[in-house]
Design a protein around this ligand. Structure first.
Ligand code: OSB
Ligand code: MG
Length: 370
């Protein structure tokens, strides 16, 4: 199909409650919604970049710059018949994976809609339902986190992930285990807040039977993580450090992790996500789908990838109401039964835009044609 038009919107959507990590505090979603159109169909995707360059080097403004000045001009007017062609088209761009991913994901949705198949089916998804976990931010007290854990366990979430940082770690995990018992599927995400000097402290976590510890060391490291993994019985899961299939191959070879958190935006799109998924499956490394406060369109993409066979651990693919009063898709993303999301079978991402909500939250809009 010939790509006829790309629409770029920036949306500002408040989070229900501020979310704090070791690298910053978020109060709203600064979302880019991309629509790619051809032959009367439009495919949609979101950028997952944050408003600040503290998760990785990208941020909303750099994503918009890349899209406007490099990526969209290369795509409009092109004939695209296989979704993998978009990844090839942008293969010579270094990094800027969240920008590439926003456009690439919209093309996948467009082609699936044109062919009448669901995104899950196109990716080789094998699940009709996925198990769902939740990510809980750092709070001003351990008690506050305990209250959040109670609430999300009651809602049915099947994995609890808590954010930790030095000074807000052992006591927190100890309190959760003491209150909720050893059987709660529990993990911690450090967002790179530790160094090898913390080995004695991190070893203390081994006694709590965590499913994994996510990204304890530097965002650009896979060497020290291998050293740390040799010292820990708790599996290390990498998030920030994995940007490509090559990163994943090297991390697996070095023994830097036993699990990988896959985020479509962080690795440059669905084609690369699928390739990393397949590589991990061949090496017996389970993967799960991370979250970046996606709105409904991004959530729908996440649900589709989580239906692939090696996504064997519940992801951070919580429902719309976890972070938002109102979503930009209808119906909003909600449990089919507690802790479970149904994988859509409709063409493409399987959710329709809630156009009224999209308009309400749009702060700027631009249209590109050949
Ligand atoms: O490290 O997984 C992370 C949010 C923003 C940036 C990084 C991360 C996160 C989350 C939130 O953990 C997951 C979510 O609820 O979408
Ligand atoms: Mg993480």
């Amino acid at each position: 199909m010939k790509i006829e038009q790309v629409e770029l919107r920036r949306l500002h959507v408040p989070l229900k409650a501020p979310f704090e990590t070791s690298f910053g505090r978020f109060t709203f979603r600064d979302c880019i919604l991309v629509g790619v159109s051809s032959e009367g169909e439009t495919g949609y995707a979101e950028s997952v970049a944050m408003p600040t360059p503290y998760y990785n080097e990208e941020m909303t403004d750099t994503v918009i710059y890349l899209l406007k000045h490099f990526l969209i001009p290369q795509l409009v007017g092109q004939h695209i018949d296989k979704p993998e062609q978009t990844a090839e088209l942008f293969a010579s761009v270094r990094r800027n994976y969240m920008a590439i991913s926003a456009l690439e994901g919209a093309v996948w949705d467009l082609l699936c809609k044109a062919q009448g198949i669901s995104l899950s089916a196109a990716l080789g998804g094998t699940r009709s339902e996925i198990d769902v976990g939740v990510s809980i931010g750092i709070e001003s007290s351990v008690d506050h986190v305990l209250r959040n854990v109670t609430r999300f366990l009651e809602e049915g979430y099947k994995k609890i992930k808590v954010k930790i940082k030095p000074g807000f770690d052992i006591e927190l995990i100890d309190a959760i285990r003491t209150r909720f018992g050893a059987d709660v599927p529990l993990m911690a995400d450090a967002n790179s807040a530790y160094t090898l000097e913390h080995i004695p402290l991190l070893k203390q976590l081994d006694q709590y039977g965590l499913m994994m510890i996510e990204q304890p060391l530097a965002h650009d490291d896979i060497v020290d993580h291998a050293t740390l993994q040799r010292e820990l019985s708790t599996p290390i899961c990498l998030d920030e450090s994995i940007h490509s299939v090559e990163d994943a191959r090297k991390a697996i070879e070095l023994g830097s992790c036993r699990i990988i958190n896959l985020k479509i935006g962080r690795v440059g799109g669905l084609t690369h996500t699928k390739n990393i998924h397949d590589l991990c499956a061949r090496h017996g490394i389970p993967v799960w789908c991370g979250g970046m406060f996606e709105m409904g369109v991004g959530r729908a993409h996440n649900i589709a990838i989580a239906s692939m066979p090696n996504f064997t651990i519940p992801g951070d693919t919580s429902t719309s109401k976890r972070h938002f009063e109102e979503d930009i898709v209808e119906p909003a993303v909600d449990f089919s039964k507690p802790g479970t999301l149904a994988v859509p079978t409709k063409p493409g991402i399987g959710y329709d835009l809630n156009r009224k909500a999209v308009e309400k939250y749009t702060v700027s809009k631009e249209i590109f044609k050949p």
